[in-house]
Design a protein around this ligand. Structure first.
Ligand code: ADP
Ligand code: F6P
Length: 353
């Protein structure tokens, strides 16, 4: 290895900086210079006017200071051009020109698809799972997931306190794209009464009925936790525009679902009791990483450089039964996500009797 490159790609995730620090430490131990590639795969395409905007030598002293910070020092971005083989040839040329003989890619499944394509072009790559969504099935942990759950848990706890004071239900939306794991785990951690996720079909009427049951039992501060992708699994269409306008609430025709609109619908389906909503949103991504994420980042960064140094590539790093391991990218991407239906049922059933 003349030089190793590192990039962060896709949505940022708490723990990415800790991984960069760990990679810098390990590279320095092996005496291999480290190059930071900016804004995901974009940096390899050299589209900026100044090379420093695309690639930057990373010194250990610089990155030691950023290890505990949220976000990513290298910046991140999506890069649609990278799906095009012609642009990937440009990336390979950049790597050859810069004498970069191996890459560590920190990102989610899309970023790993890109890594796989680079491996096919003869560039040794190692992937570190960096996404809050926890949607990589081969691993028990992805960088940022534990932090995102912690942020949502804290938000829901605060919301339940004020909900109790005011005796009113609350709808809380958590991130996670097409994966309901953040919402489910935060619901479990807070004792929220209802959780709605993309993995399980549901209807608006059925959730309203469950909320009504809570209110009838005297639990007027019940919490409905929504995963942001839950609208994809609506089992039956619901005419939100027709319903709200006929109940005296202004709304735009064709307006997409949102936590706020859902709360408006719940209010009108549940005897006009006030229902409020909160979207936890990007505070989940920009949070300081919890220890578990930082510690995983530290170990994963170390393993990534060690593998490249030993001439092993085309691998992704993950955890299995709590231990860090690695496996081929292609195989890892074939793994199917197993949603915890048992926990989902527990959250939704336990208070409904
Ligand atoms: P994540 O890595 O978090 O899943 P995305 O799905 O947005 O995020 O993917 C991040 C980037 O990975 C994309 O913008 C693109 O540069 C690259 N990528 C995704 N899919 C492919 C693919 N099939 N081939 C090549 N590159 C890809
Ligand atoms: O993949 C991480 C994630 O935060 C998802 O949970 C969310 O759907 C998406 O990224 C948001 O992406 P953007 O930053 O482009 O709005």
């Amino acid at each position: 290895m003349r030089k190793i490159g590192v990039l962060t790609s896709g949505g940022d995730a708490p723990g990415m900086n800790a991984a960069i620090m760990s990679i810098a430490k390990s590279a320095s131990r092996y005496g291999i210079p480290l190059v930071g590639i900016k804004r995901g795969y974009n940096g390899l395409l050299r589209k900026s006017t100044s090379i420093k905007e695309d690639l930057q030598e990373l010194h250990l002293d610089t990155v030691l200071d950023i290890a505990d910070r949220p976000g990513t020092y290298l910046r991140t971005a999506r890069c649609d051009e990278f799906r095009d083989p012609a642009w990937r040839e440009v990336a390979v040329k950049t790597l050859h020109d810069m004498e970069i003989d191996g890459l560590v890619i920190i990102g989610g499944d899309g970023s790993f698809q890109g890594a796989m394509r680079l491996c096919e072009l003869g560039i040794p790559c190692i992937g570190i799972p960096g996404t809050i969504d926890n949607d990589l099935a081969y691993t028990e942990m992805t960088l940022g997931y534990e932090t995102a759950v912690q942020v949502c848990t804290e938000a829901i706890r605060s919301i339940r306190a004020t909900s109790r004071s005011h005796d009113r239900p609350h709808v809380v939306e958590c991130m996670g794209r097409h994966c309901g794991d953040i919402a489910l785990k935060a619901a479990c951690a807070t004792g929220a009464e209802i959780v709605v996720v993309p993995e399980v079909p549901w209807t608006v009427e059925e959730v309203a009925a469950r909320l009504n049951k809570q209110i009838a039992k005297g639990n007027t501060r019940a919490t409905i936790v929504l995963a942001e992708g839950c609208w994809d699994s609506l089992a039956e269409p619901f005419d939100m525009y027709g319903f709200l306008t006929s109940h005296g609430k202004q709304c735009f025709e064709g307006e997409p679902w949102s936590a706020m609109r859902f709360a408006s619908v719940m209010k009108r389906m549940c005897g006009m009791i006030e229902v409020r909503s909160t979207v936890v949103g990007y505070t989940q991504r920009g949070a300081y990483p919890v220890a578990k994420d930082s510690a995983f980042a530290f170990e994963a960064g170390n393993v990534a450089v060690k593998l490249l140094h030993e001439g092993i590539s085309n691998q992704v790093i993950g955890t299995r039964q709590g231990r860090v391991f690695h496996m081929p990218i292609e195989e890892a991407l074939k793994a199917e996500h197993t949603f915890r239906h048992d926990l989902y049922n527990l959250v939704n059933d336990i208070d409904q009797r």
